[in-house]
Design a protein around this ligand. Structure first.
Ligand SMILES: Cc1cc2nc3c(=O)[nH]c(=O)nc-3n(C[C@H](O)[C@H](O)[C@H](O)COP(=O)(O)OP(=O)(O)OC[C@H]3O[C@@H](n4cnc5c(N)ncnc54)[C@H](O)[C@@H]3O)c2cc1C
Length: 386
């Protein structure tokens, strides 16, 4: 039988999409005499605009929300630190700084990391699609390499993007867009072990996007299983070597590996296993949302839109758990609109069996993304937090 906490301290680990929603409602915790603390080592970086930021279309300030004013304006507390462990018996979160933070209810919304496929070795110098902040570093590195004073040789900069799902295609297209905006040459290669790009999507979508990227001079290698990502290129399982200056891994997302150290039950893919109430199946005082959880009975894609839909349920349930009230259930949406940014003002919108490719899709994406960010922007000017 699960016991329920009746008051005290709620700790939010990670300023992910769902916790932004909870943090923006800190006042309702305060009104009930419940303390609310948000911990994050960084800021909220919005993946919706991430590849547009990489492509030079959006400035980083637009893609980043400082969670501190959001939670503090409602009477909550922000701690810039990283959670590294949990002492569930004593109800304490262990922080990277060495501090211990007591909680009555704790919630994880710590996102995901790029999965390294089994059998692939990856050099430290390789770039990854996540964390999103890293895409800003990648942009700066490309801009520096493309600048006339960089001291690079005369050949085009060579970028190898490994993985041709939504993220790989977006990154390849936006690296090309970035170089174009600087009137510089880049040679982008998209490599996948699948028989076609966007293999999860319909054959028609795949064909149209492959035509689009090839039309921009991006090379596409299908049925190519990369086994080694080195400092100067990639090797495939049939012994081919593709030379490159920048190697970028976009091989899918998985929950962070360190969750396994928390002593909580995990789902098959390594996320915190939660019930429909978003409460851990193994600890009634632990909740979670977003990419870092596995929801019993579902296999949800790693998309921010799910964390956004989980947010109101998480908010209600954290308040309820801390007040001894009944919890409500989250029911995942059957389908969601996804819009890819394919650079140079082109978007690909997909809704179930329907899709559109072109500027209208990009226009819609821009509007939706800006509207989402505006919800949390108040009090945050997007500049680098202290
Ligand atoms: C390039 C790219 C583009 C994408 N585009 C889209 C898109 O257009 N639409 C979409 O729906 N999805 C998109 N995704 C997927 C999306 O990134 C994830 O699904 C989404 O970010 C998950 O959100 P979240 O709320 O779970 O966590 P996140 O938004 O990733 O937030 C996690 C937070 O936890 C913090 N954190 C991590 N570890 C700790 C710790 N130990 N202690 C404290 N805090 C911690 C991090 O600093 C971060 O602030 C994209 C992914 C990539 C890589």
């Amino acid at each position: 039988m699960l016991s329920t906490v009746t008051s005290g301290e709620v700790v939010l680990v990670g300023a992910g999409h769902a916790h932004l929603h909870v943090a923006s409602r800190a006042a309702s915790f305060r009104e009930r005499g419940i303390g609310l603390t948000l911990i994050d080592p960084d800021a909220f970086w919005y993946s919706g605009l991430a590849t547009g930021m990489l492509g030079g279309e959006y400035e980083p300030e637009l893609d980043r929300v400082d969670p501190r004013p959001l939670v503090e304006s409602g009477g909550g507390r922000f701690i810039r630190d990283r959670v590294v462990g949990l002492d569930g018996d004593d109800g304490q979160a262990l922080l990277a700084s060495g501090a211990r933070l007591p909680y009555d209810v704790i919630s994880f919304n710590v996102g995901s990391e790029v999965a390294t496929p089994a059998g692939m070795t990856v050099a430290e110098t390789a770039w990854r699609a996540k964390p999103i902040r890293g895409l800003l570093d990648l942009r700066r590195s490309v801009e520096e390499a493309l600048s006339p004073g960089s001291g690079r040789g005369s050949g085009a900069l060579r970028a190898l993007v490994i993985g041709s799902g939504d993220t790989g295609c977006e990154i390849a297209a936006n690296l090309d867009a970035l170089a174009r905006s600087h009137d510089a040459a880049i040679h982008v290669t998209l490599i996948t072990d699948a028989p076609r790009v966007l293999a999860e999507r319909s054959g028609l979508i795949s064909k149209r996007v492959a035509r689009l990227v090839r039309g921009r001079g991006i090379d596409v290698h299908t049925d190519a299983t990369v086994v080694e990502v080195g400092g100067d290129g990639c090797r495939t399982d049939d012994g081919r070597f593709m030379p490159g200056d920048l190697m970028i891994l976009a091989t899918g997302l998985r929950p962070p590996g360190w969750l396994a150290d928390l002593g909580l039950e995990l789902g098959a893919e390594g996320g915190l296993l939660v019930e429909a109430t978003l409460r851990s199946v193994s600890d009634p005082n632990v909740f979670g949302a977003g990419d870092c959880v596995s929801l019993v009975g579902h296999e949800l894609p790693k998309l921010g839109v799910y964390a956004v839909r989980e947010a109101p349920v998480l908010y209600r349930n954290l308040l309820a758990a801390a007040s001894g009230e009944p919890l409500s259930d989250y029911r995942p949406q059957k389908r969601c609109l996804t819009i890819l940014n394919l650079g140079r003002g082109t978007g690909l919108a997909v809704w179930g069996p329907l899709h559109w490719l072109g500027p209208a899709a990009m226009w819609l994406k821009d509007r939706l993304d800006r509207r989402f960010l505006a919800l949390y922007r108040e009090g945050s000017d997007g500049t680098e937090p202290d």
